[in-house]
Design a protein. Structure first.
Length: 241
């Protein structure tokens, strides 16, 4: 390791205490610097049809112009790295020296020139995913030497936990926005279990009209157009199980 680093447990414990997205982004910036990288980006995994990597960036500290230059050179469409992540969840390290050796034969050295222009020499990429299936990559780029296996293991764990924390923070905010009353929750829970309005009314000692009123109120709060969408969205946001 090129820097003195806190124990893994300290990093992980700090992650669990983070209560806002801004603080999480600050944590990622400190982690990036602590491991000797110049910047980071969280990038939603682009589909094969995507041409612009900059459109997939969630957040990060990499220069905006770096991402624009990457897109200007049309590098995403030809990237074997992002193509690999569509089929694999193994972390990957791209080194400029290895890139030069490989691209010399193919005459495709645009990435090497781009990295040299910004003074970078290495990128470490860690695939992550959320409980609802969203796939992303945490990218660290810098001037440092190739990370050791121990560093890569540490960073991989931190990337996974940090992305999970980001998911939890965002969905906690969404749950607060869509906060339902106790009765609305009860009705919605039974609806998710396949009960009709009449059956829910019998269970909760309510009229069909009252049950439908609660469901309609929940639909308005959660911006849904029907019961099916309401149940699906409530499950996705972990409002009900």
């Amino acid at each position: 390791m090129i820097h003195d680093q806190p124990e893994d447990e300290q990093w992980l414990a700090e992650l669990q205490e983070i209560s806002s997205e801004i603080v999480l982004y600050q944590f990622l910036q400190r982690m990036t610097q602590q491991y000797g990288f110049a910047g980071y980006a969280i990038v939603n995994l682009p589909p094969a049809s995507e041409k612009m990597l900059s459109k997939r960036v969630v957040t990060g500290t990499l220069p905006k112009q770096f991402m624009l230059d990457y897109d200007r050179l049309n590098l995403l469409k030809r990237s074997p790295v992002f193509g690999q992540f569509r089929q694999s969840t193994t972390p990957l390290v791209w080194d400029i020296d290895e890139g030069m050796a490989r691209d010399k034969a193919t005459r495709r050295d645009e990435v090497v020139r781009l990295f040299k222009h910004y003074g970078y020499r290495i990128a470490a990429l860690f695939p992550v995913h959320s409980p609802d299936g969203q796939r992303a990559i945490i990218v660290l780029i810098g001037k440092r030497s190739k990370p050791s296996l121990h560093e890569l293991a540490d960073l991989c764990l931190l990337a996974v936990v940090a992305y999970d924390r980001l998911y939890q923070l965002r969905h906690a905010h969404q749950r607060r926005e869509h906060r339902l009353s106790e009765r609305e929750m009860q009705v919605l829970d039974w609806a998710a279990n396949g009960k009709t309005s009449t059956e829910i009314g019998m269970i909760l000692s309510l009229s069909d009209h009252t049950v439908n009123s609660y469901l309609n109120s929940a639909m308005r709060k959660m911006d849904c157009v029907n019961r099916t969408q309401l149940v699906a969205k409530a499950v996705r946001l972990n409002i009900i199980q």
